[in-house]
Design a protein around this ligand. Structure first.
Ligand SMILES: [Zn+2]
Ligand SMILES: [Zn+2]
Length: 261
């Protein structure tokens, strides 16, 4: 039987809903605050249990709080996912048809790219080729901004990638609709948009997963084929996708380096 849903659970859910996505440390703080406010049993290491209680009550509504990883910095995130709609129609009620078409095109560019990014120029060039209704560049720029605000895309230095929230929500959609090109990470087995790819056998690894996996190894070798891993192993503190203020030179050149290296 599912555990009782308390006011603490309800408050947690409401706050998460209003954010759409939350970083792990934020979610842990919120967990504590909700339990304190409503005088509910709290244990700092019980967040996942707390969430699974909420999830058991969300199930009849075809909703779920899902945990995922930011591809930039490897930190855990929690997002509320709608399971009833498996396609991009999740977004349909919030955007017009041509906005959705632009999003789909941007998503194509990002997924088909070598490094998991598409430049604003590349995306804006498609605006006057939309089949539903053409968009002026200025208008398209504005729409891209909204996609970033709504956490479907994230942007750094004019380069766009899928937001962590989008990856958590759309993972199944992307894996089934981009079967031949979408890759799964060899380490954590989730969808990998930004990744490094083995030159010999073609397996992919998220950048934070690469960093973690090779941390203890003197000579990096592919976990699949054991060939030398020829990509640069990403450094530690320079890949925080959530805070552009930390963007340094090293990070920029790293982003722009090709996925297949
Ligand atoms: Zn991974
Ligand atoms: Zn390999």
């Amino acid at each position: 039987m599912a555990a009782q849903m308390t006011d603490a659970h309800r408050r947690f859910l409401q706050v998460l809903m209003s954010h759409g996505i939350m970083e792990g440390s934020e979610a842990r703080k919120l967990h504590r605050r909700c339990c304190e406010i409503h005088k509910v049993y709290y244990a700092h290491d019980k967040l996942d249990d707390f969430i699974s209680t909420i999830n058991s009550h969300l199930q009849p509504l075809f909703m779920q709080i899902r945990k995922g990883m930011s591809e930039g910095d490897g930190r855990a995130h929690y997002a509320l996912v709608n399971l009833a709609e498996t396609e991009i129609t999740k977004m349909a009620s919030d955007y017009t048809e041509n906005e959705l078409e632009l999003f789909r095109k941007a998503m194509d560019l990002i997924i088909l790219s070598e490094n998991g990014f598409a430049s604003s120029t590349e995306i804006l060039n498609l605006a006057d080729q939309l089949k539903t209704k053409k968009m002026k560049k200025k208008e398209a720029e504005q729409v891209l901004k909204v996609f970033v605000e709504d956490k479907w895309l994230s942007e750094r230095n004019g380069e766009y990638t899928l937001h962590t929230r989008c990856i958590i929500e759309m993972e199944q959609y992307i894996l089934s609709n981009y079967q031949d090109v979408a890759r799964k990470c060899n380490i954590c087995h989730s969808l990998a948009i930004q990744s490094q790819v083995c030159e010999s056998c073609g397996i992919a690894m998220h950048l934070p997963c690469v960093r973690k996996y090779f941390r203890a190894q003197t000579e990096p070798r592919c976990p699949q084929c054991n060939d030398f891993w020829s990509c640069d192993i990403p450094g530690t503190s320079r890949m925080d996708s959530q805070s552009p203020s930390k963007t340094g030179r090293a990070e920029k050149s790293f982003i722009l380096s090709p996925r297949r290296c």
